[in-house]
Design a protein around this ligand. Structure first.
Ligand code: FES
Ligand code: FES
Length: 234
């Protein structure tokens, strides 16, 4: 066994793990972060995507020991004081989920995507999400949601900048898109007291409509039988 200390969704955890333990298994089984789901266990589907030090990674493709000393953000750490993360909200408003199983990974990857590209074209989004598969094939609305979140971020960014000022690069707009939490403080694992568990909800996983403001977008917990998606975003 190996002792690791990892900051997950703003809280620090020290645990003994087997060196072979995958990060996704550590998150789900030792920390109870079941909002991060497993679709394939082989790095193909992207359902397990989380942020490691602010960038997206497939947590089934990393060992828990590789996260030692680092900061992890899961779908459960995105909301703030009961408010959905802007990307979660965009998925909700654009009906970008059906069964919801791929949604946690889609959202985590999408946040990272718009950090790098604050104004993605449809093609850019499809390329950026090609490592995330949706078995329900709801790609059209996923693309719409990501572009809507990016647009909102740019609007907010413009509203906070002096006239004529340019954003301080892609990271600025991306952080804004992420509600100033994904790639920045949030993804960096800054403490967020009172953060609710974003995206853990069976009714959401079942694809039911969800009232705005609820914090369950993005996670289909324990959807046994949902395996690799087919086709990819493209
Ligand atoms: S479960 Fe990690 S990529 Fe599919
Ligand atoms: S909504 Fe993507 S797998 Fe069902």
């Amino acid at each position: 066994m190996t002792r690791i200390t990892v900051k997950v969704d703003g809280s620090s955890f020290t645990d003994e793990v087997e060196p072979r333990t995958l990060l996704v298994h550590y998150l789900r089984e030792q920390l109870g972060k079941t909002g991060t789901v497993i679709g394939c266990d082989t790095g193909n589907c992207g359902a397990c995507t989380v942020h490691l030090d602010g960038r997206s990674v497939k947590s089934c493709s990393l060992l828990a020991v590789q996260a030692d000393g680092h900061q992890v953000t899961t779908i459960e750490g995105l909301s703030t004081n009961g408010q959905l993360h802007p990307m979660q909200q965009a998925f909700h408003e654009n009906h970008a989920l059906q069964c919801g199983y791929c949604t946690p990974g889609m959202i985590m990857q999408s946040i990272d995507l718009i950090v790098d590209n604050p104004d993605p074209s449809e093609e850019d989004v499809r390329l950026g999400l090609e490592g995330n598969l949706c078995r329900c094939t709801g790609y059209q609305n996923i693309v719409k949601a990501v572009r809507a979140a990016a647009q909102q971020a740019r609007t907010q960014q413009a509203g906070t900048q002096p006239a004529g000022a340019q954003p301080a690069g892609a990271q600025a707009a991306g952080a804004q898109a992420a509600g100033a939490q994904a790639a920045g403080a949030q993804a960096a694992g800054v403490e967020q007291p009172g953060v609710e568990q974003a995206g853990v909800g069976e009714e959401q996983a079942a694809g039911e409509e969800q009232a705005a403001g609820e914090v369950q977008v993005g996670v289909g917990e324990e959807q046994v039988g949902v395996g690799q998606g087919v086709g990819g975003v493209r």
